[in-house]
Design a binder for this molecule. Sequence first.
Ligand code: C5P
Length: 202
Amino acid sequence: TSGPTHEPIDPVRYIANRSSGKQGHAIAAAAAAAGARVTLVSGPVAIADPAGVTMVKVESAREMKAAVEAALPADIAIFAAAVADWRVAGAADEKIKKTKSGPPTFSMVENPDILAGIAGAASGRPPLVVGFAAETEKVIEHARAKLARKGCDLIVANDVSPETGVMGGDRNTVHLVGRDSVETWPELPKDEVARRLIAAIA
Ligand code: C5P
């Protein structure tokens, strides 16, 4: 695992957070349809680029942070990406071969928190910063804590426990959590969650 400090291009093996990108893409599409000028910064996904948005494609948390900063200034910033909290320290340049000495061990280093960085920026903070919280228990309580910790204005909290089918699915049940407010929406297609979110934000 020792290697150069730059990021490998198209790694053979990698560690990532699971995400289809469907909800984030739907939000970008809904914002564009509502008349906003939209930049969508997306990690690797298997879905089409939404119409009417400027796409920026990235492969790592650090690339995503740079792309988000380059997209500022913005009136509204929405952070729907499932960014990995950690990355492998010193990613290998070549495919790591299977050897008789057994499986490799990896040490991890923390990735930058893109949302917290932008929400807490001393200058250039977008007037409205919206984060997401994927939770498997105590969804609203954890979302409230996250709102305070990250310094954002609104959190879209969803329950991603396996029985919900939210991950990779086309439907979502969310709670819109503000500092002193909670709105719980019924289970809806992700497109409709996106439209309602843009309407609420507007
Ligand atoms: O801490 P957690 O990952 O649960 O927080 C989720 C929110 O923080 C999402 O809005 C996600 O896009 C954002 N996030 C980020 N950078 C990270 C981790 C999460 O912007 N490294």
